[in-house]
Design a binder for this molecule. Structure first.
Ligand code: AMP
Length: 546
């Protein structure tokens, strides 16, 4: 072999070596601590706004990075917070909530954002389970946190949000280096069944989620705004990265929560605003806009998800807000990223399957594989209902301190979501209900969502939730809990509507008119409570029998 040949051979060998270790290459290239996005904003656009409190500019990127690095130094120096430690954040939405999160990542630690509406006992569980070294609380949690820490063997240090500035130390080093797999966010599931579990999300998972947003949900302009109208501990907070990575600003409402009038005012005051909201919030916002004739001029995109959105409600919202809606389907275990139904699908009224598409959760996002599987983990064809499974770099690595639950959820390398659904032949996924909500009557499956969609077509019905009641003859029968807009409509008119749209056996056998539906802190209807109401009524009836 001549010199040339040998050279070519050794060149090939080095290419092959590189190809043999693509994983190492990708490691070294994707080692981004999410806090480094803030550092870059401070360097590239120091005087551009970073956070607004309502319509007031609260700080620019340079100021935010200075606060964050000083607090990170305080966490490290005074509390000894080390990479890998957990810092819990129990705060209503306020600008300091973002400061606390970014400082945690800057210090190389993992954030445990906790919904501030939880009960102190529920917060205590999360603090203990996560082994948090410190907890940052907003002023409304002064008493609550003391209650939560009673009897705790190793209580975390408590930092009050109003003391953060004083707690900060000197030191303006950049963010700690974090490996892509390092834990960044411990996301506690809403726990509508059993104890919440901490889904472990790494820096890599969060980077992937952010890229997925740009690929499938929306573009973000550098002068755009992200409004936090929902708790920062959940979807709204996860989305901070979509704007941070682009150098855009975030808006924290002064009320610290959701207030429809305030949100509409902020949509007047700011331009190119996007935000994430649960379906109940979208409904309340649309109602308010309809009543007041507001047109939300500053709205770019309202992303909804986190629970079922009924077609009637999407249409109501688009009637006042325009086709500026997008939907995502995700869960803490695959944050914000399983499928998406974009603005174009919402706008495309001429499509023959427009309404079916609106009732779906859209198509798989670009960065994940999504499959519908049978109980033996075999893929099912379009049209058949099975469990939705997801695989991709956005998926959690497991549940904190719970290898058994992790192995179960991630068996075969796929996240088993616990959600049931079916693809159509165009690849749109429609969610059925979670398996525990399925009603089996006379041996046939009834998906409550289907019945709820029909009831919501009735103009006098604001909300509906359908559950099964045990029945000696049928196994279960359908009971509908209904919130009327004013006077309850005649049952006959609801019956007629059902008969027009769905099979006779799916019709509710009983209607219960209620003032409101029981919901958890994220606005999701808690069907277990509805079933308890039915069970209690059943016991009462048994008790009164002769
Ligand atoms: P969480 O982990 O608290 O965000 O809850 C995730 C669960 O909310 C999912 O497993 C679904 O059951 C439900 N969910 C999320 N997004 C949607 C959506 N777009 N439509 C219907 N249900 C949804």
């Amino acid at each position: 072999m001549g010199r040339h040949g040998r050279q070519a051979q050794s060149q090939n060998a080095s290419i092959a070596e590189n190809l043999a270790s693509p994983y190492e290459i990708s490691h070294s290239r994707s080692a981004v601590n999410v806090a480094s996005w803030l550092e870059r904003c401070a360097r590239n656009r120091p005087r551009d706004p970073a956070i607004f409190h309502g319509s007031r500019r609260w700080c620019d990127h340079g100021g935010l990075a200075a606060r964050v690095s000083a607090l990170a130094a305080g966490l490290r120096g005074r509390l000894g917070v080390a990479p890998g430690d957990r810092v819990a954040i129990v705060m209503r939405n306020q600008p300091e909530s973002l400061v606390a999160m970014y400082a945690t990542w800057w210090a190389g630690a993992a954030a445990v954002p906790v919904n501030a509406k939880l009960h102190p006992r529920e917060v205590a569980y999360i603090l203990e389970d996560s082994g948090a070294r410190a907890v940052v609380v907003s002023p409304d949690w002064e008493a609550g946190i003391s209650e939560a820490l009673v009897g705790m063997a190793r209580p975390p240090e408590v930092l009050r949000s109003q003391d953060l500035e004083r707690f900060a130390s000197e030191g303006s080093a950049g963010p700690a280096r974090a490996s892509p797999e390092a834990l960044a966010w411990l996301f506690y599931t809403s726990g509508t069944t059993g104890r919440p579990k901490g889904a472990m999300l790494s820096h890599r998972n969060l980077v992937q989620m952010t890229l997925g947003y740009y690929a499938d949900v929306d573009a973000v302009r550098p002068d755009g705004r992200l409004l936090h109208a929902a708790p920062l501990s959940h979807g709204s907070g996860l989305y901070n990265f979509t704007h941070l990575a682009r150098g855009a600003a975030q808006v924290v409402p002064e009320s610290g929560g959701f207030d429809a009038a305030e949100v509409l005012e902020l949509l007047e005051a700011h331009g190119h605003v996007s935000f994430f909201a649960a379906p109940t919030i979208v409904r309340r916002l649309a109602e308010r806009a309809r009543e007041t004739g507001a047109s939300a001029p500053g709205l770019q995109t309202l992303v909804y998800g986190g629970g079922p959105m009924y077609v009637a409600h999407v249409e109501d919202a688009m009637a006042v807000l325009g086709p500026r809606l997008a939907q995502i389907y995700g869960q803490g275990e695959s944050p914000m990223t399983i499928t998406a139904l974009g603005r174009a699908d919402h706008a495309d009224r001429s499509h023959p399957r427009y309404f079916e598409r609106l009732a779906s959760v859209g198509r798989p996002q670009a960065l994940v594989e999504v499959a519908v599987r049978d109980p033996d983990d075999q893929d099912l064809p379009a049209g058949e209902i099975g469990e939705i499974c997801v695989r991709g770099d956005v998926v959690m690595s497991g549940y904190w301190g719970n290898p058994a639950a992790s192995a179960e959820a991630l068996r075969g390398g796929w996240l088993h979501t616990g959600d049931l659904g079916a693809f159509d032949t165009d690849g749109y996924l429609t969610l059925k209900d979670r398996s525990k909500d399925l009603i089996v009557s006379g041996g046939s499956n009834i998906y409550p969502r289907e019945v709820e969609e029909v009831l919501l077509r009735h103009p006098a019905i604001a909300e509906a939730s359908v559950v099964g009641r045990p029945d000696p003859e049928w196994g279960e029968v359908v009971v509908a809990f209904v919130v009327a807009r004013g006077e309850p409509p005649a049952i006959a008119s609801l019956d007629a509507l059902c008969l027009e749209h769905i099979a006779r056996f799916k019709r509710p056998k009983e209607y219960r008119f209620v003032e409101r539906l029981p919901k958890n802190n994220y606005g999701k209807v808690v069907k277990t409570e509805l079933r308890q109401v039915i069970a209690a009524a059943g016991d009462a009836a048994l008790g009164s029998a002769p």
